[in-house]
Design a protein around this ligand. Structure first.
Ligand code: ZN
Length: 327
């Protein structure tokens, strides 16, 4: 198909780039990318792909823009606070490039709506449960999935296609660092999302896509490529089933302050308003922690989804208390 004069001008510098050229640009124009989560990673990769001239973007997110998002979520501005992210994202992306077809879904991906995932899928979520659903659906439907995660100054990107899947490399683990607990610097969002968008573009134009896990620590100017292997007992890659029974809570010995740390496997958060009423006593309450007693145990609760047990050694009792607090 011939390029119009405007199109040639718009993508001029990309057409000169030897790995894309006119043929690559045409493939990009026919490309479909689904972005799950249009927060920091998703909004940046959506913007990059729209500017690159992607044919269609499918945006899925049920969140609303909040003030603290503006530190790193490039598509939004102060006027968007309170708006649904997918609506605000579509509005800004259409102004950047009206040629891009944008389909939006104000929802969260789960087993019942995974068929919304089409083309190439970019992981912009911060939720492991959603990631495992995407991983299983994409693997079984041979849809490439570009995993991305950030926290603190660290970022990871991994292109999942024919090789090891997400459950091979992250078999139902709880991340050791999270944005809620450890913060996040906005520069790592841009680097990580750029790497994800880059993988998508390379795949679309038919270039070889990096199959190592890419790990970046922007604060240390460090980028590593890590070879990953399939796990023999991976329930997804081995084709064995699917309904793995997992412990609901992950309990780990703690290095400081408390004896044990407990988190819910799916990274559920804790509603401090609600749990305050369940406590026997509350001694300290701040925005980031609630300290008190429940069932004769002294605990510290962090709303991002962690309970620290100061003296308790009985894991059954920890699970029992956690079941009340995560209810
Ligand atoms: Zn696997």
């Amino acid at each position: 198909m011939a390029f119009s004069c405007t199109l040639t001008m718009r993508y001029e510098r990309q057409l000169f780039f030897k790995f894309i050229g006119k043929e690559g640009q045409e493939k990009i124009r026919e490309g479909i990318v689904t972005i799950v989560g249009v927060g920091s990673l998703g909004s940046i990769s959506a913007e990059l792909l729209a500017r690159a001239g992607i044919g269609k973007l499918i945006l899925i997110d049920d969140d609303t823009v909040e003030l603290h998002n503006l530190q790193r979520q490039s598509l939004y501005d102060e006027n968007d606070i309170g708006k649904k992210k997918v609506i605000a994202a579509k509005d800004h992306l259409s102004k950047i490039n009206r040629e891009v077809e944008i389909e939006i879904h104000d929802s969260k991906i789960d087993e019942n709506n995974a068929e919304l995932l089409n083309g190439i899928v970019i992981d912009g979520t911060d939720n492991m449960k959603v990631r495992y659903v995407m991983n299983r659906y994409c693997k079984s439907n041979k849809i490439p999935l570009i995993y991305g995660a950030i926290a603190s100054s660290f970022g990871m990107v991994y292109f999942i296609n024919e090789g090891p899947c997400l459950e091979c490399i992250l078999p139902h683990t709880v991340p050791s660092i999270t944005c809620e607990a450890d913060g996040v610097i906005n520069t790592i969002s841009y680097i990580t999302a750029s790497l994800q968008a880059n993988q998508a573009l390379k795949y679309i134009v038919g270039d070889k896509v990096e199959d190592s896990l890419i790990s970046v620590n922007v604060w240390e100017n460090d980028l590593k490529k890590i070879k990953v292997k399939s796990r023999i007992d991976c329930p997804v890659c081995s084709g064995k089933d699917e309904n793995i029974e997992l412990e609901k809570f992950i309990i780990r010995p703690c290095k400081n302050k408390a004896a044990f740390s407990l988190r819910e496997r799916q990274q559920q958060k804790i509603d401090i308003e609600k749990v305050r009423k369940l406590m026997d006593t509350v001694s300290v309450e701040t925005k980031v922690a609630l300290i008190g007693n429940i069932d004769q145990e002294e605990i510290i609760i962090h709303p991002h989804g962690e309970i620290l047990f100061k003296k308790c050694r009985d894991k059954e009792k920890m699970r029992m208390i956690a079941s009340k607090l995560f209810a």
